[in-house]
Design a protein around this ligand. Structure first.
Ligand code: PXL
Length: 279
């Protein structure tokens, strides 16, 4: 089997372990050639730091895609995450259109909100635009806040019920037509994880619930999920790997003196991920 090649389309937040500084090492460690289209360069992510710098690279996205197309490059998958503006979403859609082959998979993490709130800098209309990008994707990886925002529903705090989660999933599937891995799902009790939907059956992949919120865990999860899919796992098996890897990364962080904004120690868990992938 020849090496898989993907294009990861996210920002670079120089400090704070998220987006490309997470996607690139994780997907590369999983044996995948990981090309990047950086959409912006920030000094830190926007979650809890003041005065961060933001260099918008929107104008570079299409020329990069056009150059790649002129070289005849092909990709096994596209993997998108945080995108800085509605205009950038539209341009990323065109870039993917230019480069997508018949068999190219598209994994979209609509990274834009958490805990009932949009990230700093996004306007109310942003989720509607993100839903359009999700409609182009084969697999989407929203958290519950992102799911309800794309559906135009009110956010409610957990614990959730299976009926509620499955209602969200079915509505999201109707809206986007994509397979869904919904993260941050928890019911009464001490477990937290993801609900997967392939268009037919909802499956739950749960692990221990750790009551600390760290930045960038959504990106760690989606990068591990993408890596597992590209290594031939089905949706549920890939979600299992992503849940275990994310949980192990959080635990590794708790052994240090953690700052929530600084992200998680996924690096020390990469050898375990490689083992989970059977590489
Ligand atoms: O996916 C998280 C993320 C990525 N990139 C930037 C962010 C965030 C979350 O706040 O601000 C710039």
């Amino acid at each position: 089997m020849s090496q898989k090649r993907i294009a990861a389309i996210h920002d670079i937040s120089g400090f704070g372990k998220c987006s490309l500084t997470v996607a690139l090492p994780i997907c590369s460690a999983a044996g995948i050639e990981t090309c990047v289209i950086p959409t912006a360069i920030l000094s830190t992510h926007t979650g809890g730091f003041k005065n961060f710098t933001f260099r918008d690279l929107t104008d570079d996205i299409l020329p990069i895609a056009e150059h790649w197309a002129s070289l005849g490059l092909s990709f096994d998958a596209f993997y998108t995450g945080y995108l800085g503006s509605k205009q950038q979403i539209k341009i990323v859609m065109s870039a993917i259109e230019k480069l997508k082959g018949e068999k190219t998979l598209f994994v979209c993490d609509p990274a834009m909100a958490d805990h009932g709130k949009l990230y700093v800098g996004f306007s109310k209309g942003f989720p509607k635009e993100m839903a359009k990008l999700c409609s182009m994707a084969d697999i989407i990886v929203p958290n519950i806040t992102e799911a309800v925002m794309m559906l135009g529903l009110e956010y409610i705090e957990g614990p959730y019920t299976k009926e509620y989660i499955e209602e969200l999933i079915v509505k999201l599937y109707e809206l986007t037509g994509s397979q869904i891995v919904l993260t941050g799902v928890y019911f009464e009790g001490k477990r937290l994880g993801a609900a997967c939907y392939d268009g037919e059956k909802v499956s739950y992949v749960m692990s221990e619930r750790i009551d600390v919120m760290f930045h960038g865990t959504g990106d760690v999860f989606a990068s591990a999920l993408t890596s597992a899919i590209l290594n031939g796992r089905n949706l549920v098996s890939a979600a299992e790997i992503a849940v275990n890897f994310t949980c192990a990364s959080i635990k590794a962080t708790l052994r240090d003196d953690p700052e929530r904004r600084y992200g998680v120690n996924f690096e020390t868990e990469l050898p375990a991920l490689i083992k989970l992938l059977g590489l």
